[in-house]
Design a protein around this ligand. Sequence first.
Ligand code: GLV
Length: 322
Amino acid sequence: MKKILITRKISHQFIEQLEQIGHVVMWDKELTPMPREAFLSEVKDATACFITLSESIDEEVLKEASKLKIIANMAVGYDNIDVQKANDNGITVTNTPDILTETTAELGFTLMLTVARRIVEAERYVQEGQWQSWGPYLLSGKDVHDSTVGIYGMGDIGRAFARRLKGFNTRILYHNRTQNQDAENELNATYVSFEILLKESDYVICTAPLTPQTENQFESNAFKLMKNDTIFINIGRGAIVDETALVEALRNKDILGCGLDVLRQEPIDMNHPLLKFDNVVIVPHIGSASRLTRDRMVQLCVNNIVAVLNKQLPITPVKVNN
Ligand code: GLV
């Protein structure tokens, strides 16, 4: 019987579907990743593997995984997987695009408004009993309406984010690997160089995937080019940002604040200097975390595994360099 390895606890309704086609071995914890050693040992005789972005699929894993036919990644991003090497070894890699687009854009939008209107600070202020009276400038923040919003990465999520700006009368700039004419027509967005995006935006929103080209794209010079009342939001991947440079920019007040759903190292080290700023809001990589979207992501991983083990085409294969 084919072994299907699942590296995180998923609910019974999904396991039952996989049990129809194989023998399921599941790491039975929801919030603790499968230890690397256990993963390396279990993957040896697995035919299919359902993973999360906590697992790194590199040469070491691929050398062990001689029977593997499919890796179903429960994420749209797949920077945790050496897709080329997996494909070279005859392994299909799948991800979960489309179904998480709107939910992730909503989290990005939430972060933007939260930082702009200082919601976390304001809530703390009330909880700590500091609310004594109304004040003319008490916790005053920054408007989103009538501002310039610069989107770095005009893929599906960038577009869904831009669509949400419609009621805010914003000017939309974007920078992307390639110009996206459809997005321009739909959203009245203007393609600009990275430098212009940084210089002119009141909000810079990073929705890009992590690739060798985007790694450390936001380094010290990038933050210096931003206006000192710009708010930076990252819902892409942590490694797109040089966090030392970001901390420096916050210390020097080169930017007004930031909202981060992703970090270079997750979970965050509690001594991380980013945790010291009132104008930084960090959430634990929950971009796609609505109940419905997470159920859909699990179901899509299951469907991809079922398809490949039944010798059918995968539904959402990752193509190298796409
Ligand atoms: C989450 O970050 C994802 O890539 O789906």
